[in-house]
Write a protein that binds this ligand. Structure first.
Ligand code: TXA
Ligand code: MG
Length: 318
């Protein structure tokens, strides 16, 4: 069934079939995951990958994440390692991406991996994307469904903001429950977090029974999420603010400024997971309301606060 918005569809058998037919022949579709909406294409077809880069305006040096249904499906693409298996068993499907060494005879397009000898893999949890992955016999290359450097979409309608009517099928899976992108963990050598997410360092360390590092190498782009300017709402963002300037939109945690004009709380109860899930939505709302600038109060670097700080620091590089 088509929603009142032209290309947005509710998920049912008919749209599942149509989406699969499109993906089979190299078309792309905007699909919900538990983190953010993705722009999915058949990872085995060069045309799909080219379309994804073109639509996003993304540099070809920035590799894509390849999405799978289950462990067996990924074995032809990766060199398995023990750390990956341990984490897979405990965290997948879920909001974590693993960087592994890529098999030479992998059928996944090398363009999707920016011609690197590594591959980013993820097993998403949202039931819509899982149903689709279950019914196809190839993985999906799927970056977040936004134009390069913009914030990721967390609602189906956000995709129209990004791409107008350029995408034939956008499947509505509701508001993404996590609301920020997956944790990206490099397992090609000593475990390193390249992009913080809801699954934190401590959780990974507990499972691996060893220390995990945060990557500090910002010069060499190991991943697009590590580019300095990224996750930009399109207006200037100032972080660690404690004084309201009287005209910007002011983002904070808690309920101190409840019902006050121009103040936007990420979580009334200071819940960091909830705050992360609201961040991009609040960015879009503020932009739509016509504000010219965003001020953000200091956000504690606790739990999901680490991922929030990563995103707002990059947003502030606008
Ligand atoms: O939650 C998510 O991960 C979402 C949903 C749609 O699954 N996808 C997403 O994709 O955020 P994207 O393209 O917007 O971000 C791609 C991330 C980069 O930040 C980077 O960390 C990683 O993928 N990446 C991909 N291939 C890599 C590689 N070979 N080495 C290092 N990083 C890689
Ligand atoms: Mg992205």
């Amino acid at each position: 069934m088509k929603n009142c918005y032209s290309n947005i569809f509710t998920f049912n058998k008919k749209i599942l079939k149509k989406t699969i037919n499109n993906l089979n022949i190299g078309k792309v579709a905007a699909l919900p995951t538990e983190t953010v909406y993705g722009l999915g294409g058949n990872a085995y077809l060069k045309n799909s990958i080219k379309k994804i880069y073109l639509l996003k305006g993304r540099p070809k040096s920035n590799p894509l994440i390849i999405h799978y249904f289950k462990l067996e499906d990924v074995l032809g693409d990766i060199i398995v390692n023990k750390n990956f298996i341990k984490l897979y068993n405990r965290l997948c499907p879920g909001p974590i991406t693993f960087i592994l060494k890529k098999r030479k005879n992998s059928k996944t397009q090398s363009l999707a991996c920016a011609n690197l000898n590594t591959i980013a893999i993820r097993f998403p949890k949202h039931k819509v994307i899982r149903t689709i992955l279950k019914h196809i016999n190839y993985p999906l290359a799927m970056p977040s469904a936004n134009r390069s450097t913009n914030v990721s979409p967390v609602k189906a309608k956000d995709i129209l903001d990004e791409f107008k009517n350029k995408i034939e099928i956008i499947i509505d899976g509701g508001k993404c429950s996590i609301g920020i992108e997956s944790t990206v963990l490099d397992l090609t050598s000593y475990p390193k977090i390249l992009r913080p997410g809801i699954i934190g360092k401590k959780t990974i360390e507990k499972i691996l029974k060893k220390k995990v590092k945060f990557s500090k190498n910002n010069k060499k782009i190991r991943s697009p999420g590590m580019m300095k300017k990224h996750y930009s709402p399109g207006i200037p963002v100032k972080i660690n603010q404690n004084k309201y300037d009287g005209k910007s939109a002011f983002i904070y945690l808690g309920k101190k400024y409840k019902n006050k004009k121009n103040y936007f709380s990420l979580s009334k109860n200071n819940n960091m997971d909830e705050a992360a899930s609201n961040l991009y939505n609040v960015f879009r709302l503020i932009k739509k309301r016509g504000y010219k600038k965003i001020q953000i109060a200091k956000i504690p670097k606790l739990g999901a606060g680490i991922a929030i700080n990563d995103r707002i620091i990059r947003a502030s590089k606008y």
